[in-house]
Ligand binder design. Structure first.
Ligand code: ATP
Length: 725
């Protein structure tokens, strides 16, 4: 026996404006058996209605009215109507059965004429759906057989098997689990509906997401190829650039040195010429020699300039010969690939293998040809220019040669005439020859520098064709080194990468963004779906657990209840036998068992295995000296007796905190009425009874009696009487 069954749960009931109780009326329940007596129509049953109502009854029928408004004192010719009805039920909370830190809890319900009804627990508003589980925990409910209204004395017999099972569950305190179970079922139902909705949304998004994934892979591939290409271009061109730059720099020093050397030598020659001039100014040989030298210098200068021109032409010819790699345009490659694809498909359609091979060979040739393109540029034929220059140089050389011979002749003559003159001229000539050699050297180096500069210009042009900035290339220091083979390898790799880029084609950024949004939404929905599915699994497990617990608890006590039923049956009928039998029926899933809730919610498909077995309770009985086969054949009084046998069987196995019985002894004969009051007295040690009765022996069982009367003002009045047990 639990603690709560030992103490009086019901302490007090206060009515105000409720039905016939116009003013504030207080009922104290200080005893285990409280009787309510009074003439017909005085308002006794209204007290029971008040208890039912405050415990959450929603159906007007159960409260014997047509609507909530009928619960408010309607007024009589002598007493004005009330604006609202209020009922307070004061319950013991010493054992803190309610989650409120107080010795008592006041459960209140109020309704006004606008129909607004509200519940409160110790003055704090509470919703019915939150209140019901609390009441279930202390085994309180507005229905069932804990509150038996007038005319319901045969309730157990007249109820359906399922209702009987519910009554037994209520007595066994299983209603709490039933409520939890049906709440879980409703949550599961809405989870499943949401799962379906999300699945439909996911299905709708799936094609977009598929396209997006493809686009994304393409974009990733594209960036990968682009990155590799740019990297390779960087190292390839920066290697070429730094090589040329190094070459250019190594030429600068020697050229500058030669210039200084030449200036010095020239000055020296001029000085010596001056001396020769003063020493031999009258000498004809010297004058002739000087004149000849001037002519020769003119030829030498002309030859050098032609020579420079020739070298420039030869450098151009060299650059032209090593044509730079052809940079394919993406559209060009894209078109070629598409064309190739179409041609290959045509080949595949051929039946004849020989034809196929031939066509394939043609295709291979086509591909080779396509990829052997060279950078298109205007081919300039420098041959004629070169030959012309070579001829002119040859002519100039023979002029110089002739003059040299002339010079030697003059020298020879001078040598003969003057030794000193000879020596000086000889030395001067040697120096002049050195000057000539210096000029040749300078020329060669200058030409080399020019070639390098031209190559650099060419490099800059190619780099710009790639859409890149030359300053960046200068700053770039990749440190990459390429041998001859590696350079060729890099060139063909760059070509391949450009081809790949063209095959990937362009990707529309806007469409890509749109798809990206869809993917994000898809992922979000997927996560939600996973959460919901997990919640559904948890809820299913919870429902199964609760169901098992209800069934197990039910079955455990059932035999004892049935045996006790048999005992009370025999006692009341003076023999015979009776038992309760469990009936198992397949149950529609998610039938809501909450009071007043929709009887069935939107059909959610469930597998056969998940369908529950619904338990019902049937009554098997045989009366002494009668051949009765079913409860339907019983008389009204017999039905009440069978119901009372069930009621007392239930009390004996699991005594509830209190029972409210409204004239259920009305149909009993004297003997049974006496037995009834005896049983109440017997069980009042465990259960508190509030009994409305006209029966004398029942009244005798009561420790406190309330007498209800109704005056000519149509208002119920209360008279209390404490009887000495
Ligand atoms: P019985 O012994 O015949 O069963 P009772 O004492 O149980 O009678 P009730 O049914 O509780 O009587 O009370 C019925 C009385 O309450 C009637 O006189 C009815 O007019 C009155 N009544 C019911 N509702 C209201 C209301 N909203 N306003 C005023 N009076 C009401």
């Amino acid at each position: 026996m639990t603690e709560q069954t030992k103490i009086n749960l019901l302490n007090r009931l206060e009515l105000q404006g409720f039905k016939s109780f116009a003013g504030k009326t207080i009922f104290e329940f200080p005893a285990k058996v409280v009787g309510v007596v009074g003439p017909n129509g005085s308002g006794k049953s209204n007290i029971i209605d008040a208890i039912r109502w405050v415990l959450g009854e929603r159906e007007a029928k159960q409260l014997r009215g047509e609507g909530l408004e009928n619960l408010i004192f309607a007024g009589t010719p002598k007493k004005a109507a009330q604006g609202f009805a209020r009922v307070d039920l004061v319950l013991d909370n010493k054992n803190r059965a309610f989650p409120v830190d107080a010795e008592e809890v006041v459960l209140s319900r109020r309704v006004d004429r606008s129909g607004t009804s509200e519940f409160s627990l110790n003055d704090a508003e509470i919703k019915l759906k939150d209140l019901l589980p609390l009441l279930a925990r202390v085994r309180l409910g507005a229905r069932g057989i804990m509150i038996i209204g007038q005319g319901q004395s045969d309730i157990f017999v007249m109820s359906s098997p399922r209702e009987r099972r519910e009554m037994i569950e209520e007595f066994l305190g299983l209603r709490e689990f039933r409520i939890k179970k049906s709440q879980a079922e409703r949550r599961l139902e809405s989870s499943l509906v949401n799962i379906d909705k999300i699945k439909a949304m996911l299905e709708e998004l799936a094609p977009q997401v598929r396209v997006f994934k493809k686009q994304k892979t393409r974009l990733e591939k594209r960036s990968e190829v682009e990155a590799e290409l740019r990297g390779l271009e960087g190292s390839y061109y920066s290697f070429k650039y730094s090589k040329l730059d190094r070459e250019q720099k190594t030429l600068l020093g020697p050229i500058a040195n030669l210039k200084i050397e030449r200036e010095k030598l020239e000055k020296n020659i001029q000085d010596e010429e001056k001396i020769l001039n003063t020493l031999y100014k009258n000498d004809d040989g010297y004058a002739a020699m000087k004149e000849l030298r001037n002519r020769m210098n003119a030829f030498v200068d002309a030859e050098s300039s032609k020579q420079r021109e020739l070298s420039r032409i030869e450098a151009k010819m060299e650059i032209q010969k090593e044509a730079p790699p052809y940079i394919y345009k993406p559209t060009e490659l894209h078109d070629f690939i598409n064309e190739l694809k179409a041609k290959m498909e045509a080949v595949l359609a051929l039946d004849n293998v020989t034809d196929m091979k031939n066509r394939l060979r043609e295709l291979v040739e086509g591909v080779k040809k396509f990829f052997s393109k060279k950078e298109e540029r205007e081919e300039i034929d420098f041959t004629a220019d070169r030959e012309k220059l070579a001829k002119e140089i040859g002519e100039l050389k023979s002029h110089i040669e002739a003059l040299r011979k002339e010079e030697e002749e003059i020298s020879r003559k001078a040598r003969e005439s003057n030794v000193e003159f000879r020596e000086k001229v000889g030395m001067l000539n040697e120096k002049k020859n050195n000057l000539y050699l210096l000029d040749r050297k300078t020329q060669t180096l200058a030409l080399q520098r020019e070639t390098v500069e031209m190559k650099l210009e060419e490099l800059q042009r190619e780099w710009a064709a790639l859409g890149r900035n030359f300053e960046d290339l200068k700053r770039m220091q990749t440190g990459a080194e390429f041998g001859e083979n590696e350079l060729r390898g890099a060139e063909s790799r760059m070509l391949r990468l450009r081809g790949e880029l063209a095959a990937i084609g362009d990707i529309d950024e806007n469409i890509f963004k749109e798809f990206e949004e869809s993917e994000k939404r898809y992922e979000f929905l997927e996560a939600q779906l996973a959460d919901l599915e997990k919640a559904a699994i948890d809820l299913k497990a919870l429902i199964k657990d609760l169901d098992q617990r209800i069934k197990e608890d039910f079955k455990t006590s059932f035999k004892a209840i049935s045996d006790a039923f048999n005992e009370y049956f025999k006692l009341m009928f003076g023999g015979g036998k009776a038992k309760l039998v469990i009936e198992e029926k397949e149950r529609q899933p998610f039938l809501s068992e909450e009071m007043g809730a929709e009887s069935s919610s939107a059909g959610v498909p469930e597998s056969k295995e998940e369908q529950e077995q619904e338990l019902g309770v049937n009554i098997d009985l045989s009366l002494p000296r009668k051949k009765i086969t079913g409860v339907g054949m019983l008389s009204g009084g017999e039905k009440t007796l069978v119901s009372l046998a069930a009621l007392f069987a239930l009390i004996s196995i699991s005594p509830p905190p209190f029972l409210v019985l409204d004239e259920i002894d009305a149909a009993l004969d004297e003997e049974n009425a006496r037995r009834f009051s005896e049983l109440i007295r017997q069980f009042s040690t465990k259960t508190q009874f509030i009994v409305v009765t006209h029966n004398r022996s029942t009244m005798e069982a009561a420790e406190v009696l309330y007498g209800i009367t109704m005056g000519d003002d149509g208002v119920s009045k209360v008279l209390s009487l404490k009887l000495e047990g």
